[in-house]
Design a protein around this ligand. Structure first.
Ligand SMILES: *[C@@H]1O[C@H](CO)[C@@H](O)[C@H](O)[C@H]1NC(C)=O
Ligand SMILES: *[C@@H]1O[C@H](CO)[C@@H](O)[C@H](O)[C@H]1NC(C)=O
Ligand SMILES: *[C@@H]1O[C@H](CO)[C@@H](O)[C@H](O)[C@H]1NC(C)=O
Length: 663
């Protein structure tokens, strides 16, 4: 069983009371009208529309999307020019009123093992939340020109593998995503013949692998040659919040792209303050401004020290109607009854913007105080909230504050998250069975495309990159594909993310480089069983995960968890200690048959790294070579980040080396 609450603020917004949480932050980023930037993320990754593809192979690849379903009428899922589904496909399309599959969406089913459907949800693979349509189109949506959100972000929307097929497994409902449904969907997806499973869902905190339905499902998919791509969670920036930490699945953090959205507030005195939000509507006129703390709903027993946060029902409706309310920030998506706009202020994070049912923006406390002073000094204070506009972001990419951070709470010597992908301000398909904010009462904006943020949005970017790798390397194992993505990721900088690898893992995905990684750190089921024995699990718990009669007695249980053939290196120890750790690794040549790789080490003060041998020579593809990495670390407060790069003059095969104080 999983916890029954999603405790991050981001989850509370629109994803309430989930058993498991969709790692969605329904925050929408508008923008001004600029170039064709809509699905800016792929271009930002250096993965242009004209990239070399093996289209015929790609169109035989199938993504299993375990999510909230899909909006089949979206242009992103149009099947014009698609051939019949690949012959390996064994799945089906569950009969539901006015829901049909096509040659793009080749299968769709819904799961609700307990048989009780929440009120308002429909018994159909149809998406009435938006999340599933958004993630599916980010991964595999076809190119759609002039996609936008009320003119914001207008341009071409596209998925990373636009020729791939989509198989829909609806496991999330308005009350959450349940373990039994997740496990049933994994079983079906594996049997149906999908090539990858994309799952932007997770618990609100990390679970032991044998208590984690997603880790168990992903283990079974791995056994069947299918990689599971997961979101890392939206509980950052606190440490040890990363979820979906099983080493056989991919854990994806959310990073920014080079655009952000801002929303200006103009006061009656002409002053203008820049805030953050997705605001699709310019108020066009000045409206009276009131402070939430001055208009409590006294009839309901509220006073000013409560109503200043503008919580639901705390404001006197008759005194906010037709006005703009200044709030000392409460961010839970509540709209302020009858108000035309809201200015929110506090010192929280402003690296992700949110959408609200009414015109809104979010200011720093400094600017908020200025608005407050104006309001108090002026007899008839007024303000106007403008439509959002697009700005560049020179510091991108960095990992956004809400993205869950390592270290890995379950296995402290395996680095998580694995890598980063764009998860902020992502424009993609939306469900027309809901609204921009998901609020069906106070928000009337039904849109075909929406701009939202979350590690949920990062995950399908990595899913598509993994399938792109697979289209060039059809026989690669899940571990090899994962290794290709990790060792070719673009290193990120700790200047923006002091948690370093615990924020971004190996770095930002680079799909083109990943398709030709040179060497891979490969693994199979048996390696993970040894790892689980090293984790100290009992035979009973081991078998819950493997679903087979595995036992540690017959395995080398001397295996240390850090000797898993992982494409990164992690050492945890107590603070102010000095530790030497020996890692054993094996790489497989998937690059040039005859090649020689030289080891390059980067190590900061306090970290000494030796590699034996430091030269690896290959004479054929598929050939394996082993080596030993010895690391001596002086563990202090801060994370020590180094790296090992194997370089043959063509490929750079990079692994981060991380040492940190776990106690
Ligand atoms: C599907 O059918 C229902 C009931 O007939 C209808 O209300 C709804 O608008 C239809 N949806 C679409 C997308 O056609
Ligand atoms: C406002 O109400 C709360 C809860 O009833 C109470 O704790 C608080 O003291 C009140 N504040 C003022 C200023 O009266
Ligand atoms: C917002 O918070 C109030 C209580 O402060 C709660 O009643 C309401 O359900 C919350 N709304 C959402 C969307 O979480």
């Amino acid at each position: 069983t999983q916890s029954n609450s999603c405790n991050s603020i981001l989850h509370k917004v629109y994803v309430m009371g989930f058993n498991l949480c969709m790692d969605a932050v329904v925050s929408v980023f508008p923008n001004g009208r600029k170039e064709l930037h809509t699905t800016r993320s792929w271009d930002f990754l250096g993965f242009p529309r004209q990239v070399i593809r093996r289209t015929s192979v790609e169109s035989d690849l199938i993504i299993g999307m375990l999510d909230t379903g899909i909006w089949p009428e979206s242009q992103s899922f149009d099947d014009d020019d698609f051939s019949a589904p690949p012959s390996k496909w064994k799945g089906s399309c569950q009969a539901s009123p006015n829901f049909t599959c096509n040659k793009k969406i080749i299968g769709a089913k819904y799961y609700r093992v307990n048989g009780e459907f929440p009120e308002g949800d429909i018994q159909s693979p149809r998406d009435t939340e938006g999340h599933g349509s958004h993630t599916a189109s980010t991964a595999a949506g076809r190119s759609v020109s002039k996609a936008n959100l009320y003119g914001l972000g207008s341009g071409t929307a596209r998925g990373g593998v636009p020729s791939a097929r989509i198989a829909v497994y609806k496991i999330c409902w308005s009350d959450g995503c349940f373990d039994a449904d997740i496990l049933a969907a994994f079983d079906d997806a594996i049997a149906d013949g999908v090539d990858i499973i994309s799952l932007s869902v997770g618990g609100s905190s990390p679970y032991q692998y044998f208590e984690d339905s997603i880790a168990i499902g992903a283990f079974h998919s791995m056994k069947n040659g299918i990689l599971t791509s997961n979101s890392a969670g939206n509980s950052g920036p606190d440490p040890r919040t990363v979820t979906n930490v099983s080493p056989w699945s991919l854990s994806v953090a959310a990073s920014t792209i080079d655009r952000r959205f801002v929303t200006d507030v103009q006061l009656g005195n002409g002053e203008v303050y820049e805030g953050v939000s997705i605001n699709t509507l310019d108020l066009e006129d000045l409206y009276p401004l009131v402070y939430g703390g001055d208009v409590p709903n006294t009839d309901a027993g509220y006073n000013g020290s409560q109503s200043r946060y503008c919580e639901e029902n705390s404001l006197d409706k008759s005194r906010v109607r037709g006005k703009i309310v200044l709030c000392d920030w409460t961010y839970n998506g509540t709209i302020i009854a009858g108000a035309v706009g809201a200015i929110m202020q506090d010192d929280g994070f402003n690296d992700a913007a949110f959408s609200f049912p009414i015109s809104s923006t979010y200011l720093s406390t400094n600017d908020g105080n200025r608005v407050y002073n104006y309001l108090y000094k002026t007899r008839k204070p007024t303000g106007r909230i403008l439509k959002s506009t697009e700005r560049g972001s020179e510091s991108a990419p960095y990992v956004v504050s809400f993205s869950s951070r390592g270290p890995n709470a379950i296995t402290s010597d395996i680095l998580k998250p694995d890598l980063s992908a764009p998860g902020v301000d992502i424009l993609a398909a939306w469900s027309e069975g809901t609204t921009v904010t998901g609020d069906k009462q106070d928000d009337k904006r039904v849109v075909p495309y929406n701009i939202i943020s979350g590690t949920s949005m990062a995950c399908p970017h990595a899913t598509a990159a993994a399938l792109y790798v697979k289209s060039f390397n059809p026989t690669m194992s899940p571990a090899a594909i994962k290794s290709a993505l990790m060792t070719t990721a673009t290193p990120m900088s700790s200047s923006a993310n002091s948690e370093a690898e615990f924020a971004y893992g190996s770095g930002q995905i680079n799909p083109i480089k990943a398709a030709n990684p040179g060497l891979v750190y490969d693994m199979g089921e048996n390696d993970y069983v040894k790892f689980l024995c090293g984790q100290g699990y009992s035979t009973k718990n081991l078998r819950i995960i493997t679903g087979a009669k595995t036992s540690c007695t017959f395995q080398t249980h001397a295996t240390h968890v850090w000797d898993l053939n992982y494409p990164s290196f992690t050492i945890s120890s107590s603070k102010n200690s000095k530790i030497t750790r020996v890692f054993h690794r094996t790489v497989t040549n998937v690059g040039t048959p005859v090649s020689t790789y030289r080891a390059t080490i980067v190590a900061p003060a306090g970290l000494t790294v030796r590699v034996e041998p430091s030269l690896l020579s290959f004479i054929s593809l598929g050939q394996k070579q082993s080596f030993v990495v010895s690391v001596t670390a002086e563990i202090s407060e801060s994370v020590l980040s180094g790296s090992l790069v194997w370089d043959d003059g063509v490929h750079l095969v990079r692994s981060p080396i991380v040492a940190y104080a776990s106690t």
